[in-house]
Design a protein around this ligand. Sequence first.
Ligand SMILES: NC(=O)c1ccc[n+]([C@@H]2O[C@H](COP(=O)([O-])OP(=O)(O)OC[C@H]3O[C@@H](n4cnc5c(N)ncnc54)[C@H](OP(=O)(O)O)[C@@H]3O)[C@@H](O)[C@H]2O)c1
Length: 217
Amino acid sequence: MKGHVLITGATKGIGRACAMRFAQAGWSVTAVARTTEDLQQMQRVWAKNYPNSVLHTHAADLSDAKGVSSVPQGDYDVLLLNAAAFAPGQLLDEADLYTAMHQLNVLANHRLARRLLPGFVARQRGHLVVIGSTGTDHWKKYMTAYVATKYALRGLYLGWEAELAGSGVLTTLVAPGATLTASWENETPPPDILQPEEVAEVVFSAVTNQRTGRLLV
Ligand SMILES: NC(=O)c1ccc[n+]([C@@H]2O[C@H](COP(=O)([O-])OP(=O)(O)OC[C@H]3O[C@@H](n4cnc5c(N)ncnc54)[C@H](OP(=O)(O)O)[C@@H]3O)[C@@H](O)[C@H]2O)c1
């Protein structure tokens, strides 16, 4: 099985590992992130390492409506909603972490779904994969703002799952535990931390084996 996957936040961490996993299998990848240099670096890697995969790149800040409306409406087989921001802290801290993270972790996904899923429904096929977090199973005090956005995303996912049932479009929520990415730069990672490639394998296998529902990693 080969197709075309759009991945948000595809230049780093879990998103990049997913892009590489799909590319290894000869899929076309549309990679979305803000930093143009990282997207250009991906183009160089693809030309050298994945000659059977076509890479399209799109630079956009998904945390505002304008950025989301610039994302191309292609004939995608998979929409992988992965991009999110993480910052530790408390709700009553001076810096309003929740509002900042809500723009990307929740609103961007809601807007992208509204922009791209009608095309999937019209084609009566495709797979929506959303990256959640086990944070919604194991709440931690210093992660409240982030985890609240992931609860909201989980709520949206339940709505997409219900609304897409019977349309031919599959839905999967992949919920990883702590994974070694840039999100951990200023933190002490737990000893059992996952590698991004392990999460990517679960995402790829969910798509190729048409696994739906919530998958814990
Ligand atoms: N790492 C963990 O421990 C962990 C655990 C559970 C779940 N997750 C989830 O896994 C997903 C990926 O996390 P990660 O740790 O792999 O992230 P990451 O390494 O921090 O990478 C984030 C990606 O998103 C892009 N991005 C950030 N802000 C953006 C914006 N405003 N618009 C567009 N793109 C943006 C980044 O590129 P630019 O900065 O260039 O835009 C980058 O490609 C997230 O949904 C996260 O919640 C992570």
